[in-house]
Design a protein around this ligand. Structure first.
Ligand code: SF4
Ligand code: SF4
Length: 135
């Protein structure tokens, strides 16, 4: 929670709607934090390309990023986010990357990527846990 919380972050917002006008998520027909700023319930604080156009156009200098993070802290992330985080912890990659990636790369005359072995990732995670215990 930020000092002053959501209310203080929203203090300077005049609901002019400029942020929503430029938001790519909104242009694609979905609803981002910019819809929340205009007082709507039908939005997701997780739908965002991190382009920060909303922030750039805001005439009031509202910290839209901080508002988005504040909302995310209080909301359950979409299932895909948890799956990706679990995958990063297991394999070091957010996406499933296997030999099929290299087959696809070969078709495009690209060099093979060297995959980090899962045991290396586990060793790093174990090392971090041990460091935290020792701290
Ligand atoms: S552009 Fe700024 S002032 Fe206008 S609605 Fe968005 S956050 Fe509020
Ligand atoms: S940063 Fe996110 S909310 Fe802001 S304009 Fe870009 S996609 Fe929309």
């Amino acid at each position: 929670m930020t000092v002053g919380g959501l209310d203080s972050l929203l203090e300077d917002c005049t609901k002019c709607g400029l942020c929503r006008e430029v938001c790519i998520v909104e242009r694609l027909g979905a609803h981002s934090i910019t819809s929340f700023l205009l007082g709507e319930d039908n939005y997701s604080s997780w739908l965002c390309s991190s382009c920060w156009r909303c922030q750039e156009v805001c005439p009031q200098g509202v910290d839209i990023h901080a508002i988005m993070m504040e909302k995310r802290r209080g909301e359950e992330p979409p299932p895909g986010h948890r799956t990706n985080s679990a995958r990063v912890l297991q394999s070091g990659y957010a996406l499933t990357i296997g030999e099929e990636i290299n087959e696809m790369r070969r078709l495009h005359d690209l060099e093979a990527v060297e995959l980090v072995p899962a045991e290396w990732i586990n060793a790093l995670l174990r090392g971090q846990e041990e460091q935290e215990k020792g701290a």
